[in-house]
Design a protein around this ligand. Structure first.
Ligand SMILES: *[C@@H]1O[C@H](CO)[C@@H](O)[C@H](O)[C@H]1NC(C)=O
Ligand SMILES: *[C@@H]1O[C@H](CO)[C@@H](O)[C@H](O)[C@H]1NC(C)=O
Ligand SMILES: *[C@@H]1O[C@H](CO)[C@@H](O)[C@H](O)[C@H]1NC(C)=O
Length: 443
């Protein structure tokens, strides 16, 4: 997740305040929907724990996911979406009117990716330091900083996260003079100091990896008790450490990997996995199609030629740039594409003011969405596009549902193919060839 610098005005400021106060993540306000019951080695079992406590709080999921995507890229949140979220939070008793203003390597490795509520993010265990301390981090192909809650994070900003205990790692070395910060659109920031330490992911070990220790985090992070930090897996050119930019875990590990790549196999509502250094042919069907990545922006950016709605329809030419971003929940496409998709669903509307984006009757059977990428057709099944209930606690008791495909903010340089897209695919992030590989997989 990357929060770009730069002021974007009062709307973003208010948005950030609201987002911070909002029921955005798995525990805290919402209670766990998924609970990790086994946490040993590399095998994870989870079961679903429906939340009884905050009935109704889930109705804002869709809008919150939209707001999160906007703030991630420093885009101002549209006023319609803001007023909706504000209304929702007041209704839930979470916001008083006015409150918004306060506020040595093995060659290859595999690591589990545990989905959080409504697959809003996926967490993976990472070992840091000597002896190893395990933190659950959000792998984010849309940013390039590995940052963690730590013993330097003020205790009033720690909301239940496991912290990196710097003093207890015999291999931790302060990178003197180095600082990092990732800014939200409103100019508020999270940041801190930098240590070099040993980091292992799925058995791949990098020594002297830059581990960015948070000396402050914004409320939105404090309120995600299960997210102990992020692992940025975009290109190192986006790393925020000054005065000397640091390399990502993947860049450091790449030369030692059996193959200079990692793969993402995110799954809908069940643990998936990331692999480093190898392609597991049991994780996909058919061939992998590779497309060129334009890394000049620092993202895993590629071109989509267009789309198709449903099985039989002809493809529509609608060329656009897109990035593959595991750290964004939804799939955000140019608005004309989103509009064309929802035009095929009776009763679907762009309910910016009442729900924060495109919604449709929960009883609708959603058509699939096919992204045309090079010679490949990436099919997202319709069920994956039903993101969250809007007016009920569960899909079963809601009449209106929020779409997993939404419009990217106007004027944005690229579409953001987040988890709604990625979990329908087997995805290869090929650092050696600077390519993205896509293949279908059993869903
Ligand atoms: C925040 O303050 C501004 C200016 O005082 C006000 O217009 C706005 O309504 C306030 N926001 C909230 C959520 O109350
Ligand atoms: C948070 O940390 C960053 C980086 O050290 C710093 O620039 C910023 O001023 C800090 N913010 C607060 C509120 O302390
Ligand atoms: C890569 O993207 C940049 C920024 O969008 C653009 O200026 C450049 O022309 C692109 N390069 C290629 C080869 O498409």
């Amino acid at each position: 997740m990357k929060f770009h610098h730069g002021a974007v005005g009062a709307a973003a400021f208010l948005a950030q305040s609201l987002v911070s106060a909002a029921p955005v993540e798995k525990r805290g306000i919402l209670g766990p929907l998924f609970e990790i019951t086994t946490l040993g080695g590399m095998t994870f079992k989870i079961h679903q724990v429906p939340n009884q406590k905050f009935r109704g709080a889930r109705k804002g999921r869709g809008a919150m996911a939209m707001a999160k995507a906007y703030t991630k890229y420093g885009a101002p949140i549209p006023n319609d979406l803001l007023s909706y979220i504000e209304k929702l939070l007041e209704e839930l008793g979470l916001l008083q009117p006015g409150a918004g203003n306060d506020t040595s390597a093995s060659p290859q490795g595999e690591v589990a990716a545990i989905p959080q509520m409504f697959d809003s993010e996926y967490l993976s265990p990472v070992q840091i330091g000597t002896p190893p301390q395990t933190l659950n981090l959000d792998f984010d192909t849309g940013s390039s900083d590995l940052w963690v809650f730590s013993t330097e994070t003020p205790t009033n900003q720690v909301g239940g996260q496991t912290v990196y205990n710097i003093q207890q790692s015999s291999t931790a070395k302060l990178l003197t003079g180095a600082v990092w910060d990732i800014s939200y659109g409103d100019g508020s920031s999270s940041g801190g100091n930098v240590y070099l330490d040993t980091v292992s992911i799925g058995g791949i070990t990098v020594e002297n990896q830059a581990v960015e220790s948070a000396t402050n985090v914004s409320l939105a992070f404090t309120q995600r008790p299960d997210t102990d930090g992020l692992v940025g897996l975009a290109f190192s050119t986006l790393n925020t450490v000054r005065p000397t930019q640091q390399s990502t875990f993947f860049d450091n590990a790449m030369r030692d990997l059996a193959a200079p790549l990692f793969t993402a196999n995110l799954r809908a509502a069940e643990p998936g996995n990331y692999n480093f250094g190898f392609i597991d042919t049991t994780e996909f069907t058919g061939e992998i199609t590779y497309v060129a990545v334009n890394a000049s922006t620092g993202f895993w950016q590629f071109t989509s030629a267009g789309f198709k709605v449903g099985d039989s329809a002809a493809t529509t030419s609608a060329p656009h740039e897109a990035i593959a971003d595991t750290g964004t929940t939804l799939m955000l496409v140019p608005d004309d594409i989103a509009a064309a998709y929802y035009a095929q669903i009776p009763g679907a509307v762009n309910a910016a003011q009442t729900a924060g984006g495109y919604v449709f009757p929960c009883s609708a059977t959603l058509p699939s969405y096919t992204a045309i990428i090079g010679s490949y057709q990436a099919v997202i099944p319709g069920e994956f596009i039903n993101f969250a209930p809007v007016d009920g606690n569960t899909f079963a008791d809601a009449t209106t549902c929020f779409g997993g495909i939404q419009a990217v903010p106007a004027g944005f340089p690229f579409a953001i193919y987040g988890d709604v897209f990625l979990k329908s695919q087997f995805v290869v992030f090929h650092g050696g060839e600077t390519q993205l590989g896509l293949a279908p997989k059993p869903l």
